[in-house]
Write a protein that binds this ligand. Sequence first.
Ligand SMILES: CC(=O)SCCNC(=O)CCNC(=O)[C@H](O)C(C)(C)COP(=O)(O)OP(=O)(O)OC[C@H]1O[C@@H](n2cnc3c(N)ncnc32)[C@H](O)[C@@H]1OP(=O)(O)O
Ligand SMILES: N[C@@H](CCO)C(=O)O
Length: 396
Amino acid sequence: MAEGDTTTLERPFFEAARGEADHPHSAVVRFGADAPLPLDAGGMLSPFQIAYQTYGALNAARSNAILLCHALSGDQHAANVHPVTGKPGWWETLVGPGKPIDTDRFFVIASNVLGGCLGTTGPSSTNPATGQPYGLDLPVVTIRDMVRAQSMLLDHLGIARLLAVVGGSMGGMQVLQWAASYPERVFAAMPIATAARHSAQNIAFHEVGRQAVMADPDWRAGRYLVEGTSPRRGLAVARMAAHITYMSDGSLHRKFGRRLQDRDGHTFSFDADFQVESYLRHQGEAFVDRFDANSYLYVTRAMDYFDLAADYGGVLAHAFKGSRTRFCLVSFTSDWLFTTADSRAVVHALNAAGAQVSFAEIDSDKGHDAFLLEEPEFSAITRGFIDAAARAVGVA
Ligand SMILES: CC(=O)SCCNC(=O)CCNC(=O)[C@H](O)C(C)(C)COP(=O)(O)OP(=O)(O)OC[C@H]1O[C@@H](n2cnc3c(N)ncnc32)[C@H](O)[C@@H]1OP(=O)(O)O
Ligand SMILES: N[C@@H](CCO)C(=O)O
């Protein structure tokens, strides 16, 4: 696909993407029976495929590759116009020619996660055993499974070591997992607005969202693609609730306060009187046009299961033992979902492991989603960290 191509999909995008060897909007690598993916849930996933985008060029030494890991509802369209929404890629604030992650200098890779719905195998993909969408027959996947699949993509691309792996939120979990699972493949790691384990509060929010999806009669026990329905209302409510957690009290107040939506007074009804209600309804409705409900269940579950220390005897530092990767962690002051304390816990573990680590807490009122928005200090830190890594490995 050419950058900027906004061809409209004729079918819902996740139906168009499911199980096909090719994806209309991204490069796809398909792993057959000779390359099964071992899953933490047990067993192997085979065949499976990964949809990805690349930006910039790989240098002759193959030393300038940067992997971007996306958050819960992101995808591979980090720095190109999104084929479904027609909006800019989710990280165009940071990624592009001359930007902090400079595609004139670096070969940037972004792939859709396992369990997702934009071309990588997920619950809307075709189950080869039945010829129908997997639905809930797809094994539950983990962050480690996602990263294992990404490592196979890198093998396919002929990249032995990444200059950097970078991501926020669930993307940051993948960054931490990369550093733990494949330390020799990661020169620099930037986990942003993330944590080494999902908190009880965050699992609780996810469970509310999943219950909203599953309570929608159109969910049909996960078989809605086969039955020709779509749990739009449930997924929209899930997104509305989640979206509140991505913002802060301050940013909601700054954007909307108690202002009314296109009216002079209360209607004494349950219409969206307040701007903030109208805004949330819009976020919910926009989401169902670009995301698959079952993928929402799988990807939130992967985050819930993430507890890196648990895989290393309960001691997070052991996950980074002997690591030569250099780390830069970033948190945002108003992020109450993945707090500064969560990042500090990782920094402490890295210090205990003797790893190279720097940490920045950015002052912002934008809440968790600050990492997706224009934040000059965040951009400057990213540029500095990536440039220093590039200098250290001799990337021009
Ligand atoms: C991280 C990844 O890997 S990818 C996933 C990232 N993308 C998302 O999460 C998408 C949904 N999230 C958002 O939109 C996030 O708030 C952000 C951070 C990405 C963008 O934030 P901002 O640029 O501040 O946008 P904001 O939150 O104000 O939302 C703007 C939208 O709300 C709409 N809106 C604003 N006020 C109102 C209102 N009173 N009533 C109805 N709609 C409203 C705007 O029209 C705009 O709609 P559009 O997106 O369809 O054009
Ligand atoms: N709002 C972003 C970040 C959530 O962690 C997303 O939907 O992916």
